[in-house]
Write a protein that binds this ligand. Structure first.
Ligand code: F6P
Ligand code: MG
Length: 409
């Protein structure tokens, strides 16, 4: 399987985004964990050791032996034992870094999310934007009928919600990634397969039974994803939605199950207006089982999506659409390999049992489905187009076994 794919991205290249993420960003994130929590001196010392290990100390096995994912991580780490952090696949190094944070803060015993402060700040800071989204939902609720435009806008809101990313722009940073109010939801889109995505839903009777979402960040992005889910469920465009969440905190802002509960609580307790009504609708969908959150350690592992474990792969066969949110999930879909940027998306993603819609704002030097003219054009406009989160894609790949009629699911 692996020989058909390009080599993994590594982070040795000085000046590359991957290299600056390892050398500059991860030590700062480890430092912020110390500053933003009241951990014991023993834990803070372990975080300082982690900080100092990056990037030249040899990669080692994890020491939290009683952790539930010990066995799988032992196998993931084995081929990279003793190497420095720059020469191993960048995706492995990044997942390993965040898993080392879990070890340092004794997460599997203390169950204290070391990024909770950032996530709370992020949500608090988004109150106004959330109100705009809630008004949109309240307004659209009155419109009956097909609503392709409404669903399309909901997908765009979910995409641009991905610009909020605390591993890049900490909640208290002046640099606010979101350009809003966004004049036009379609600007800064490098690829837009929205028509194929909407086609999964249009004119389907009965409506798709199930849609799955690989979630990304908590905060405004999760709220924008819940807005999409609200449109899907309230307009009977899907019967139920499975939200795939991380098994433990990672990438600072990524959603764990508790973040979903906190967000629903935050929305529901926001006064009496559209935001609270939105929160209560989501809460009711969860109670009715029309929204189900599922945590799995695979979403925290360094593997490519083509290495999806059988139990997840078989389960996804019941879904009509897998929506992937964000940059790290996009990298996992592509195995974080050195793809030629002009590779057609559906050629690189030809291995899933379910159609895929990837909604991603670019925060890493990897993309597919571009033309050379486009690359030239966007680079001339914005040399940092690949990594500043200002440019997005909505890319669609049909299920691998195209023969299967999607409508039967
Ligand atoms: O760009 C820095 C970075 O941490 C990438 O390494 C990672 O893919 C991305 O940010 C995370 O972004 P997202 O939350 O959209 O997955
Ligand atoms: Mg993330």
């Amino acid at each position: 399987m692996t020989n058909k794919y390009p080599p993994p991205i590594i982070s040795t290249q000085p000046g590359s985004w991957a290299n600056s993420t390892v050398i500059e960003r991860w030590p700062k994130i480890a430092r912020r964990v110390i500053e933003e929590n009241q951990f014991s001196s023993r834990i803070n010392e372990q975080l300082e050791v982690l900080q100092a290990d990056i990037p030249h100390k040899p990669i080692r096995q994890l020491m939290d032996q009683d952790a539930p994912d010990q066995k799988t991580w032992k196998a993931y780490i084995k081929p990279h034992l003793g190497k420095n952090w720059l020469v191993v696949p960048w995706f492995f190094a990044e997942m390993y870094f965040y898993r080392r944070v879990m070890e340092a803060v004794d997460y599997f015993n203390l169950k204290q999310d070391p990024f909770s402060f950032q996530k709370e700040q992020g949500l608090e800071k988004s109150r106004e934007d959330i109100a705009v989204l809630a008004d949109f939902l309240a307004e659209k609720e009155k419109i009956t009928g097909k609503g392709d435009k409404i669903l399309g806008d909901a997908f765009y809101f979910s995409l641009w919600g991905n610009q909020d990313d605390l591993s890049l722009w900490p909640a208290d940073s002046k640099k606010d990634s979101r350009q809003h109010p966004r004049k036009n939801l379609r600007e800064h889109l490098l690829a837009n397969d929205i028509k194929q995505v909407l086609n999964v839903f249009s004119g389907r009777d009965p409506a798709p039974r199930r849609v799955d979402v690989m979630l990304d960040n908590a905060g405004f992005e999760l709220v924008s994803d819940l807005a999409l889910v609200d449109i899907l469920l309230s307009r009977q465009l899907a019967e139920r939605v499975i939200l795939h969440v991380k098994a433990h905190p990672t990438y600072v802002s990524d959603v764990i199950e508790d973040d979903l509960a906190q967000t629903i609580k935050f929305l529901s307790e926001s006064g009496e207006g559209p935001t609270a009504q939105f929160g209560k609708r989501i809460g009711a969908y969860v109670q009715e089982g029309r929204i189900e959150a599922r945590a799995h350690f695979f979403w925290n592992c360094p593997q490519a999506l083509w290495d999806l474990p059988d139990e997840l792969r078989d389960d996804l066969k019941d879904s009509s659409l897998l929506i992937s949110k964000g940059d790290a999930n996009y990298r996992r879909i592509l195995g974080d390999r050195e793809w030629d940027f002009t590779t057609p998306f559906h050629k690189a993603v030809d291995y899933l049992p379910v159609p895929l819609a990837a909604l991603r704002t670019s925060k890493a030097e990897l993309v597919v489905g571009m033309t050379l003219d486009q690359i030239q054009f966007v680079f001339n406009q914005d040399p940092k187009w690949l990594v500043n989160g200002k440019w997005g894609v909505i890319q669609y790949a049909p299920a691998a076994n195209k023969s299967e009629v999607n409508g039967t699911r």
